[in-house]
Design a protein around this ligand. Structure first.
Ligand SMILES: Cc1cc2nc3c(=O)[nH]c(=O)nc-3n(C[C@H](O)[C@H](O)[C@H](O)COP(=O)(O)OP(=O)(O)OC[C@H]3O[C@@H](n4cnc5c(N)ncnc54)[C@H](O)[C@@H]3O)c2cc1C
Length: 386
């Protein structure tokens, strides 16, 4: 059986589902194909995969009707951020400096995913094919045809690859990538602390990587310790008490004693540049289009903006063919700079704080402290991050 669509989105992670939601009320016929059954809500348990969502993207998700579905007791706020270098450098950002309520909102992956999917299900006019996976694709002049593993065929004027860093669809389209593994993993885990975090996100640039403590509701924090593979393996293998001790000590016991509430998990880190974000009848969004080092917590934030910009281009195109290459190039032009800048900044910071000789260590720490003292530069950085 062949079904016809204007837009078929392959991948229903946070980014693909946000695009589907942004297109849901339009006359466009939209399908979303997701390979995995969505994870059930975690109930009382906390998800170790946490995102720092920027105010801009919180606003986007509010406009789309997803944010209002988040349980209030699972949302954490960042009002201040304290960054420490490995030789005494410090940098302090505050939402107050730029007249904002917060620098970011901390939310669990599964909670956010459930909210977006439930908003999507209520709209009812996006065809959700889940669990389903494509096994073949044909690129035609007028349409692309996606053949699913269960034998269904979808004919669509535009395919959107939102299927993550290893994107199957990007590979099928032959879009080249350059990928640099960081030879690091992001080790994530959640803890309860004996002292209140005060809504402060803390980050340490250490000799063995970058450690971030993000405030969750209550006296809880979520950590991301981006560190070389051997150290990551060591951390993941530690018994709970020893892991608590290692994390508390690495953060100078700023929040007192820690108690592990979700086991540690590790995610390999890599930098991915794609040769192009679009080709005829195809657009790439989210991790299918780029990956960045998580030290600035910006990966999914970039992806949400991809979804917003692509939706704006498609909705603004009236009756024009959504798979038209020249139309898709508008999306590419609008996103290139943002993505490249974030990749350059996060990659540069990672390189700068890798162990090096003493003069460089001094310089990078002096740079942090100097930035802290330069009000206009600091405010510019905060606005960029927001
Ligand atoms: C340790 C760590 C910490 C991070 N912290 C942050 C943070 O604080 N803030 C932030 O902004 N970002 C953060 N990121 C980045 C963030 O995790 C990613 O950018 C984000 O998950 C990308 O979302 P996505 O929807 O593009 O891709 P994914 O989350 O990878 O979703 C892809 C979806 O496609 C589906 N899929 C895959 N292949 C197929 C197929 N062939 N057919 C059908 N479906 C398919 C998958 O099942 C999945 O649901 C972090 C990353 C790491 C590693």
């Amino acid at each position: 059986m062949t079904q016809e669509f204007d837009i078929a989105i392959c991948g229903g992670g946070l980014v693909g589902a946000t695009l589907a939601l942004a297109l849901a009320d339009s006359p466009l016929r939209v399908a979303m194909i997701e390979g995995r059954q969505p994870a059930p809500p975690t109930g009382e348990a906390w998800d170790s995969r946490i995102y720092a969502v920027s105010p801009r993207n919180r606003h986007l998700l509010q406009q789309l009707g997803a944010w209002q579905r988040l349980p209030l007791d699972r949302i954490g706020n960042v009002q201040d951020m304290r960054v420490r270098g490995d030789a005494g450098g410090t940098l302090h950002f505050s939402a107050v400096d730029v007249g904002s309520d917060e620098l970011a909102t901390i939310i669990e992956n599964s909670t956010l995913q459930t909210a977006i999917w439930s908003a999507l299900a209520d709209r009812g006019n996006v065809s959700l094919l889940c669990p389903a996976r494509p096994q073949g694709v044909e690129w035609g002049q007028q349409a692309a045809t996606l053949i699913l593993e269960d034998g269904q065929t979808l004919k669509t004027r535009l395919l959107v690859a939102a299927d993550g860093a290893e994107s199957w669809l990007r590979q099928q389209a032959g879009i080249g990538i350059s990928q640099a593994p960081y030879e690091q993993q992001g080790v994530v885990a959640n803890f309860e602390c004996s002292r209140p975090h005060g809504f402060v996100a803390r980050q340490w640039f250490r000799q063995d990587g970058v450690l971030a403590w993000l405030p969750l509701p209550g006296n809880r924090i979520s950590i991301v310790w981006s560190t070389h593979d051997a150290k990551a393996a060591e951390l993941k293998a530690l018994p709970a008490d020893a892991l608590c001790e290692a994390v508390a000590a690495a953060g100078g016991r700023e929040l007192g004693e820690l108690r592990l509430i979700t086991p540690a998990a590790g995610f390999p880190l890599r930098l991915t540049h794609v040769k192009s974000l679009v080709s005829p009848r195809l657009a790439l969004i989210g991790d299918a289009a780029h990956t960045v080092h998580p030290l600035a917590g910006q990966g999914v934030n970039l992806g949400f903006q991809d979804a917003r910009v692509l939706a704006d281009v498609l909705l603004g195109a009236g009756r024009r063919d959504p798979g038209d290459y020249l139309l898709l190039r508008r999306y590419e032009r609008a996103r290139r700079e943002d993505v490249m800048m974030m990749q350059a900044v996060t990659h540069g910071l990672d390189r700068l704080f890798r162990p090096q000789q003493a003069p460089i260590a001094w310089l990078r720490n002096a740079g942090l402290t100097l930035t802290d003292k330069m009000g206009p530069l600091k405010r510019l950085l905060i606005r960029q991050a927001l």
